[in-house]
Every structure is written in structure tokens, then in C-alpha cells.
Design a protein around this ligand. Structure first.
Ligand code: ZN
Length: 475
């Protein structure tokens, strides 16, 4: 049986070799352009507690790849459907509905690892090459077929779209690669089987509400047998499912409140508290969803009770709550504790920056914002706040650079292009951000089908006042 596994891998490698007609660089560029389109068209969740969590799991898996050709990026689509997909070049998308359905981190890792397997083995390139379909238009068409009905604008392209479904051999290979990756990353390889069984049970109980993921990944007996065989031949002993971590439960709660009517989500968590009145973590999550729903008094009560009962994360949430109830002093104190406890907490740095800005401490605010975006570069609001504050405090180059990033993250590429152009002209030579700004002017020009702008000589863009004037569409 072990030989069969080896045979699958060798077959995989042989096919990878054959895929050279589409270069890795072309795949990477397709992915980059696709990610820009998706950013502009798809409702993406930006909360670091959600995206950072998924990113953390995904990167832990991606680190296990030998000889990776791509950098991996993970996104969470605000859509209650159970779905996940990846496009060439390392861009992996998970719908909030799927995130909400996994029972533990092993299952999420399994889904991400399967998608990483498709990317790493160049499945789409290999499959589409056979039909000469791999081009940008087809990819956008695929996106439309995948994300309906989450997105309206792209739906028109769906008529001509090929379903994003792989040939059976590629699915088997991705399953096989996926379990190897998650096992190497220290996750339970049975997570994949557990999650498929959950989806299959869902489908049996409500056949009409089949998850979109099941349409592209049918859970056939053949597939389950194959997976079970892989697990057995590797002698990975079965063991009980791991419990859900608080980090996952919080990511699920926040993702849900971004995807469903907030009042419904608050009601669901209120019922959960009633069902488990002695579970402080459930009370904590109720506090979090109340805060996100703007029910600050209920949030305060729940978070205080959770904190008293020993949920240490409650202190950080109290700091975030204080910011929302306009108590910046209290917010600053609690958020300083939070970043001292976990210096990689991007959301806490970002909100600490806000509290410092409200208190008039510009230097501390700039420092906190910078730390936030260095951990989570996709934090649009923080890029915007940082750009504004830097511009106002006399650092135009910085201001334009971060406002450009904010505009790009909102999908306002024309505005981003002009701001990156100005930043590139102002940033000192040798500053890596100058190169990054130049790189973005190229990528965005290509995306917008315009000529790459000339970078003005250093100093030419001075005297424009605060860069805020270049940022339309914001109060
Ligand atoms: Zn697949």
C-alpha cells in the first residue's frame, strides 16, 4: 500500500515537469492580477483576528513545502457559503461559511493544505493547458463561477465560465499532498476525513443546501476510501477530534458577525450562554459579538464576567471596547498590556495607535500603527490612519506610501497608482519602500491597462500639503 502512495507522488512530479509550457513566473503574474481583481470585486474580511488566524494556519502548512515556487497568501471571503478555492501563484481563499463549519484547527489546516496542494502541483495550469484555456479572462470567469452569489459584478462572466473543478486525478493528488503537509506541520491528518464526513452528513440531512465546496469536491465513497487508505498506509493512528481553540472560536464569531445580520449572531451567542452558563469562554465570545454589533453595555458585562472567571483575553477586548466608548485613556492602558503580552497582536497595535492619536501622542500613535501594518500589511484602515497621520506630521513620502496601500486595499487602483507614483518620487533611494512603490506602479498600470507613469524627481511633489487631498471617497 505504501508503494501506491509513492506512485502517486512520482506521477505528480512527472506531471509537474511537463507543466513547463506555462512558466512559474506566468502563473505568479496571473495570480497577482487575479488577486487585484478579487480584491476589487469580492467582499473580503479584514479583521486581523480572522485573517491573521487563517493566515497563521495556512503559513504553518505552506512552510512544509519543499522547493516552493510561490509565496502563499490567504484571504477570507465574506460569504456564508461553505467554500474554498485557490488560484495559481499561491492565492488561497476561504469563505467565512467554511471557517464557521470546521470543528478544530486540524480541519481548517486540511482544507488549506488541499488547496495548497493544487497550487504547488500546478493543477490548474496543467489542466487548462490541455484545453489551452489558461489566460486571465478564463481565470476571472472561474472566479465568477466560484464566488456566486457572493459577488454580482463578476456574475456576468459566469456564462462562459468553466467550473473550477479539477480532474479526478488532481483531486486525489491534492488529497494525498494535503494530508502529507498537515502531518508534517503537526496537525492531525484525520482532520480532512472528519471535515468531509461533516459535509457529507450536512448534505444527507439537507440535500438541497449542498455546500458549493461539495460541488467542486464531491465526497464520493471512492474519495473517502482513497483518503482512508492513505491515512492507513501511513499508519497514522486515529484519535479523538481535538477541541476547538479559543482563537478559532473567536475567528468564527467575528467572521460570522461580518457575514450575517449582527442581531441574529448576537441572539445565537446569547442562546449559547444560556445553554452553558458556567462556560466563561462562551460568555467571552458573547461579549465580543456584542461589541462588534455595537451593544456596548452587554459587551462590558459579558467581558467583565469572562475576565473574572479567568479568560485572560478579556482584558484586551476591554481595551478595544473602551476605544469604542470613547475612553482613550482606559483603552491605551489595556491595549499596552495586550501588546506587551503578545507583540504580534496586530489588532491591538492598531487600536493602541488610535487611542494614542486621540490622546494627542503622535509619536506613539505612529509607532503603534507601523507595528500593526508590519504584522498585518492588509489592514486597510490602519494603513489609512498611518498615511494620514504621517502626512499631517510632515512626512509626505510616508503619507503617500501608506495612503496608496490603503487605496489599493480598497480596490481603488487609479488612486493607489497616483499615490504610489508620488511616494516613489519622494522616498529616499535605498529605502525598500521606494522599490515597493515602483513595483506597485508597474503592477497597477498593467492591471489598469495604462502606461507606467514616470516617477517624478525627488522633491517635485513637495508643497502639496497633506496627502489626504488625494484620497477620494473617505470622510
Ligand atoms: Zn480540490
Amino acid at each position: 500500500m505504501w508503494r501506491r502512495g509513492v506512485a502517486v507522488i512520482l506521477l505528480g512530479l512527472a506531471l509537474v515537469e511537463r507543466a513547463t509550457a506555462v512558466s512559474f513566473e506566468e502563473e505568479r503574474e496571473l495570480g497577482r492580477q487575479f488577486a487585484l481583481e478579487a480584491r476589487a470585486q469580492l467582499p473580503l474580511i479584514s479583521d486581523p483576528d480572522v485573517v491573521g488566524y487563517v493566515e497563521g494556519v495556512g503559513q504553518r502548512v505552506a512552510r512544509m513545502l519543499e522547493g516552493s515556487f510561490f509565496e502563499y497568501h490567504f484571504f477570507v471571503v465574506r460569504d456564508a457559503g461553505i467554500n474554498a478555492f485557490a488560484v495559481p501563484g499561491g492565492y488561497v481563499y476561504v469563505h467565512s461559511g467554511l471557517l464557521g463549519r470546521v470543528a478544530n484547527e486540524d480541519e481548517l489546516a486540511a482544507v488549506l493544505a488541499h488547496e495548497i496542494g493544487h497550487v504547488h502541483a500546478h493543477h490548474l495550469a496543467r489542466q487548462m493547458e490541455a484545453t489551452k484555456l489558461l489566460n486571465y479572462a478564463t481565470l476571472v470567469g472561474l472566479l465568477a463561477s466560484v464566488v456566486q452569489p457572493a459577488v454580482g459584478a463578476l456574475a456576468t462572466a459566469a456564462n462562459t465560465a468553466t467550473q473550477l473543478s479539477y480532474q479526478r486525478q488532481f483531486e486525489q493528488e491534492a488529497d494525498y499532498l494535503g494530508v502529507r503537509y498537515i502531518q508534517a506541520a503537526g496537525y492531525d491528518p484525520h482532520g480532512v476525513l472528519d471535515f468531509f464526513k461533516t459535509l457529507a452528513d450536512d448534505q444527507r440531512s439537507v440535500p438541497t443546501a449542498a455546500a458549493p465546496y461539495l460541488r467542486s469536491h464531491p465526497v464520493t465513497d471512492e474519495r473517502l476510501n482513497h483518503l482512508e487508505a492513505v491515512l492507513r498506509t501511513q499508519q497514522w493512528a486515529d484519535h479523538p477530534r481535538r477541541p476547538k481553540s479559543l482563537a478559532l472560536r473567536r475567528a468564527q464569531a467575528v467572521a460570522r458577525i461580518r457575514s450575517e445580520p449582527p442581531a441574529d449572531v448576537v441572539a445565537a451567542y446569547r442562546s449559547a450562554v444560556a445553554a452553558a452558563p458556567n462556560d466563561p469562554e462562551t460568555r467571552f465570545l458573547f461579549g465580543v459579538v456584542c461589541m462588534e454589533a455595537g451593544e456596548f453595555e452587554a459587551a462590558r458585562g459579558a467581558l467583565l464576567a469572562a475576565g473574572t472567571a479567568g479568560v485572560t483575553a478579556a482584558g484586551r477586548e476591554m481595551g478595544r471596547l473602551a476605544l469604542r466608548t470613547r475612553e482613550p485613556q482606559a483603552a491605551r492602558a489595556a491595549l499596552r498590556d495586550a501588546v506587551a503580552a503578545d507583540p504580534s497582536d496586530a489588532a491591538a497595535w492598531s487600536e493602541l495607535g488610535k487611542a494614542c492619536e486621540l490622546l494627542g501622542d503622535t509619536a506613539a500613535a505612529l509607532d503603534a500603527y507601523r507595528r500593526a501594518v508590519s504584522i498585518a500589511p492588509d489592514l486597510e484602515t490602519t494603513q489609512y490612519d498611518l498615511g494620514n497621520l504621517a502626512g499631517r506630521s510632515g512626512s509626505e513620502a510616508d503619507g503617500f506610501f501608506h495612503l496608496a496601500a490603503a487605496a489599493r486595499l480598497r480596490g481603488e487602483y487609479g488612486s493607489a497608482l497616483s499615490q504610489y507614483t508620488r511616494a516613489a518620487g519622494l522616498l529616499p533611494a535605498g529605502d525598500p519602500r521606494a522599490d515597493e512603490a515602483r513595483e506597485w506602479t508597474k503592477t497597477l498600470s498593467q492591471f489598469l491597462h495604462v502606461r507606467i507613469p514616470e516617477i517624478p524627481a525627488r522633491g517635485a511633489a513637495n508643497g502639496q500639503g497633506t496627502p489626504q487631498s488625494d484620497s477620494p471617497g473617505r470622510p
